[in-house]
Design a protein around this ligand. Structure first.
Ligand code: PHE
Length: 466
């Protein structure tokens, strides 16, 4: 079974697919808000340093482990002779599973907004918050109901993913990314040209280029670190799966550089579109983050710019491409695991997985506004608090599963499998790995210490879910 593994059809196909996995909702709606909070230019600088010194080495690590083992994320450790580390893969696959449950739904909301701007933009402009809540089942009169609109669009989004995955690695994922990724770049550039020419956007541009160190604290650095890992799709062993489809003659170090540049470029571009855009149309005080930022605040920006409706459709199409390519990578890595570990048919695994992901995701969407679903969480200070199910899911993945899986990968490669093996794997394409010495230090010492710091900080900061 294993010797029939798929391979990427071309170099450009792999790079676009991996960059497609990295570039997602995280880059476009999370990053701009975080950059604003972290003082604009100062956050950008910290983020860039983290991508270079922690993100890139971790991506090289995951890709080389995947290619060396030619296996899915759980069996990978067994294949390399260290079955005891399979837990790292299990955390990765479970983390990918939880993220995908809600990613499918947020992707559905984006799809809803593509149609929303195309068909009923005035309704969004009139009451952007009301429109968003209505989609989630909370009505203007204070009543709530099952959010059928959000659920319906999430079903469509999940089905779209399943269809692409069923077409296979080369026919589906690679072909889709070859069109989707360049389209995304073009759309971003168009939007950038639109926002920077809006009167009043200069102030926002200046903010994004200035260094406001008073806004930088230790928690800003942690936020940048978490954001970088999530954004690069690291810590969920996605890159192990994608690396396992990579032919031996491909240069992992070079490809990693390209993927990191593309991912960071999209995030930075989104920051330079959204922050100056909101400065120009809403004013600084309206800069928000998360769902509200992407779905609610931007409405006023599109409303107040010439051709706003057209740019609104373009923006959500862009977000849709980004979300799809990321979601595909998440589902693909779980499907690879299910088909290889349990000898399931690709079709059976994909269909059942998508149905289950979608069903659990419904609880995520319902818990946003309409149905008060609560997880159980001990906050340690004043007894038991019950966060909404959606917050619980995001906390679990971003603050616990991603860092633990990334830490496991670093320890495994740095101290057990040994960095020399990863370096050998990188060099197997026949080219030199000039930064091998630095890579070794980063993966053995720097990365594990930094990740451990995030974990300790998240446990000592009172487990707040914000
Ligand atoms: N990197 C994606 C984003 O920025 C999300 C993602 C995380 C995808 C982990 C795959 C794995 O949205």
């Amino acid at each position: 079974m294993d010797n029939k593994r798929s391979q990427w059809g071309s170099r450009v196909g792999f790079i676009l697919a991996a960059a497609g996995s990295a570039v997602g909702l995280g880059n476009i709606w999370k990053f701009p808000g975080r950059a604003y909070e972290g003082g604009g230019g100062s956050f950008l600088l910290i983020y860039l340093l983290i991508v270079i010194f922690l993100g890139a080495p971790l991506m090289i690590t995951e890709l080389s482990v995947g290619r060396a083992s030619q296996s899915n994320i759980v069996s990978t450790f067994q294949r390399l002779g260290h079955k005891g580390y399979s837990w790292v893969g299990w955390i990765g696959v479970c983390g990918a599973f939880v993220i995908t449950c809600y990613y499918c739904h947020v992707g559905g909301w984006v799809l809803r907004y593509v149609f929303g701007y195309a068909l009923e933009a005035p309704a969004i402009y009139e009451d952007s918050l009301g429109y968003f809540y209505e989609m989630l089942g909370a009505h203007a009169d204070g009543t709530t109901s099952v959010p059928w609109t959000a659920i319906g669009f999430a079903a469509a989004f999940t089905a779209l993913n399943a269809v692409i995955i069923l077409k296979g690695v080369v026919g589906g994922i690679e072909r889709f990314n070859k069109i989707g990724m360049p389209a995304l770049f073009i759309l971003l550039l168009i939007l950038l040209a639109r926002t920077v020419t809006l009167p009043g956007s200069m102030q926002g541009l200046k903010y994004m280029l200035s260094f406001d160190w008073s806004k930088v604290s230790f928690s800003t650095i942690l936020a940048a670190l978490g954001q970088a890992f999530y954004s690069l799709s690291i810590g969920m062993a996605i890159m192990i799966t994608y690396g396992s489809y990579l032919p031996k003659n491909e240069n992992i170090a070079k490809n990693t550089t390209l993927i990191c540049i593309m991912d960071t470029l999209v995030a930075v571009l989104a920051g330079f579109i959204i922050v100056p855009g909101v400065f120009a149309t809403l004013g600084e005080e309206e800069i928000g983050k998360g769902g509200g930022f992407a779905f609610v605040s931007l409405a006023k920006m599109f409303e107040s710019m010439p051709g706003g409706r057209f740019f609104g459709v373009l923006f959500y199409l862009l977000l849709l491409f980004a979300a799809l390519t990321s979601c595909i990578s998440l589902i693909e890595s779980i499907v690879a695991f299910l088909t290889e570990k349990f000898s399931l048919q690709r079709k059976t695994a994909t269909v059942w997985l998508c149905l289950i992901l979608f069903a659990i995701g419904c609880l995520y969407t319902c818990s946003q506004a309409a149905v008060p679903l609560h997880g159980i969480w001990l906050d340690g200070t004043n007894g038991v608090t019950y966060p909404a199910f959606c917050d619980f899911m995001e906390y679990l993945t971003d603050r616990i599963m991603i860092p633990v899986c990334a830490l496991g990968c670093c320890i495994f490669v740095g101290w057990v499998w040994k960095p020399e093996k990863a370096i050998e794997e990188v060099k197997s394409c026949g080219a030199a790995f000039k930064l091998a010495g630095i890579y070794k230090i980063l993966i053995k010492y720097v990365a594990p210490v930094a990740i451990l710091t995030i974990l300790i900080m998240s446990f000592t900061s009172g487990m707040t879910l914000s």
